[in-house]
Ligand binder design. Structure first.
Ligand SMILES: Cc1cc2nc3c(=O)[nH]c(=O)nc-3n(C[C@H](O)[C@H](O)[C@H](O)COP(=O)(O)OP(=O)(O)OC[C@H]3O[C@@H](n4cnc5c(N)ncnc54)[C@H](O)[C@@H]3O)c2cc1C
Length: 504
């Protein structure tokens, strides 16, 4: 829904097609971008908008990650949107999540607004024109496009979808087998009879291993250090019971959302107030599911506090079943070198492999690697401060959606979108065309903190990139809270006229 597309040649550049103007431009057609579009349409049906995504299909994370067994870690009652009941099992396969997103796209007619293979490369704000100029490259044709928009809604997620994190190890060149990353899983890969080593022990490894254990000759999980696991039933018993009563799905959805939110609150609270108890609970709940004599201290007892990194969910304990059945095993050690036929670890043991899957995580990508400028000045985000984890100091008419690490990502999508709708209403009521987060006089010497406090959350992809990210202040609203329990009270009441937002 753009206006007046024409073809123009910018001075000194190759031909750039003017793709027209929209009121709101959303970057990303994943869970966040689709949620943002719904909230925008619901509250401002007359505003024009477009959703641009670099990939060739919808779903973001769930389109990028199509390795065997890919599934959610969160329950789908809270990972699903507030406005669209989830009808499937609590823990869902990637394909089921894509099907749910397809229903949202269909029901709200979002398809006509989405442009695939449109990679945003630059965004330049002009205060004089009160608009962003957004440069786009079409990855399929190489064509360059230019959109203009009053408001940029960044829903680009947190990692680079095209370039996964691949550490280099000694001897990789001489390895005669296949090395791959789950982010780029070959559709036709046949693991029948293969010896597979999965490097890593996070959610991806925990998901992939049981899914391929039946086919492969053997799967070894090779981890440097252990992660936390929790094994709830894949099909929540309360959901089964409520559905048997044939009550409206909206009720079931809401009841289960409340149940899972309460459960996550408890886990999050325990992780700070009584981490020792939570640690013991997680370890003890695994013990009966593991093979007799399994060295749980060595392999499954993490060195960090629960929730400093995500707890990997193992629905119905399927990872542990693969271990019990002898189809999978665990090696906890550091990699010394790849050899021709496997990996040698520090103990001297050589783990044989035909296929090595490096489930080693992501390269964090800040705002989709878009080059931002405001009135001709490039934005150096390391000098900027977040406003509630939603906007950035000194960057007008730009908001971003960044979900929770511990609770379901999407719980924050709905909350942030509610706030942004309120912000847009406030702008309309004031007749403002520009809103910019600005530090107040008394905040000018506020200590600036790194993006994440490692005591609170220290996942590798964040720690590797902290130095490139924007900062937090030491007080509201210059914080990015990670707890839904706090934010669900704070965000709906956040004062949008407290002097930290400059309207013009
Ligand atoms: C395997 C896996 C399982 C996960 N499971 C859970 C879970 O159970 N619960 C949970 O809460 N979280 C989970 N997560 C985290 C997950 O990333 C979020 O839940 C959520 O999917 C993020 O959605 P998003 O729309 O914000 O971003 P993404 O899903 O990352 O989508 C962003 C989209 O923006 C596009 N984009 C980025 N930059 C640009 C650009 N410059 N131009 C154009 N398009 C761009 C990308 O192509 C992508 O399609 C999981 C992550 C992974 C990898």
């Amino acid at each position: 829904m753009t206006t007046a597309p024409t073809t123009a040649t910018a001075p000194g550049t190759e031909e750039i097609e003017d793709a027209g103007r929209v009121d709101v431009l959303i970057v990303g057609a994943g869970v966040s971008g689709i949620g943002a579009a719904y909230h925008l349409m619901d509250e401002f049906p007359d505003r024009t908008f477009v959703i641009l995504d670099a990939q060739d299909n919808r779903g973001g994370t769930w389109w990028t990650h199509r390795y065997p067994g890919v599934r959610s870690d969160s329950d789908l009652f809270t990972y699903g949107y507030r406005f669209k009941p989830w009808r499937g099992p609590a823990i869902a396969a990637g394909g089921e999540i894509l099907a749910y997103l397809d229903e949202v796209i269909d029901e709200y007619g979002l398809d006509e607004h989405i442009r695939y293979r449109h990679r945003v490369t630059a965004a330049t704000w002009s205060t004089a024109d009160r608009q962003w100029t957004v440069d786009v490259v079409r990855d399929d044709t190489g064509q360059r496009l230019r959109y203009t928009t009053s408001f940029l809604w960044m829903c680009q997620g947190y990692y680079n979808h095209a370039k996964p994190y691949r550490p280099r190890w000694e001897g990789m060149n001489r390895f005669q087998g296949v090395i791959l990353h789950p982010q780029q899983w070959p559709e036709d890969l046949d693991l029948t009879g293969k010896r597979v080593v999965v490097i890593g022990s996070g959610a991806t490894a925990a998901t992939l291993i049981p899914a391929i254990a039946g086919k492969a000759e053997h799967v070894t999980m090779l981890q440097r250090s252990p992660s936390y696991y929790f094994a709830p039933p894949g099909n929540d018993p309360l959901a089964v019971e409520l559905r048997a009563l044939d009550i409206p799905e909206e009720w079931t959805h809401e009841i289960l959302r409340r149940k899972f939110v309460a459960q996550m609150d408890l886990l999050a609270r325990m992780s700070t107030e009584s981490p020792g108890d939570l640690h013991a609970f997680l370890i003890e709940s695994m013990r009966p599911l593991l093979p007799a004599g399994f060295d749980i201290d060595k392999h499954f007892t993490p060195r960090y506090r629960p929730w400093q990194q995500r707890i990997a969910i193992v629905p119905d304990g399927d990872l542990f079943a693969a271990l019990r059945e002898g189809k999978a095993s665990v090696v906890t050690d550091t990699i010394e070198t790849f050899t021709e036929h496997g990996i040698r670890v520090s103990s001297g043991e050589e783990v044989p492999a035909d296929v090595v899957v490096s489930a080693t995580g992501f390269n964090l990508s800040l705002f989709g690697d878009v080059a931002f400028a405001v009135d001709g000045e490039p934005v150096d985000f390391t000098e900027r401060v977040t406003w509630r984890g939603i906007m950035i100091s000194g960057v007008p008419n730009m908001a971003y959606v960044f979900g929770y690490f511990r609770h379901s990502w999407t719980l924050r999508v709905d909350l942030v979108c509610d706030l942004l709708v309120r912000l847009m209403t406030n702008m309309r009521d004031k007749g403002a065309t520009m809103v910019t987060p600005v530090l107040r006089q008394e905040e000018s010497d506020m200590p600036l903190l790194s993006f994440a406090d490692p005591e609170n959350f220290n996942a590798g992809y964040v720690m590797r990139t902290q130095h490139l990210l924007y900062k937090r202040g030491d007080r509201e609203p210059w914080t990015h809270l990670l707890e839904h329990e706090q934010e669900r009270d704070i965000l709906p009441k956040a004062d949008l006229d407290d002097g930290t937002l400059a309207y013009r």
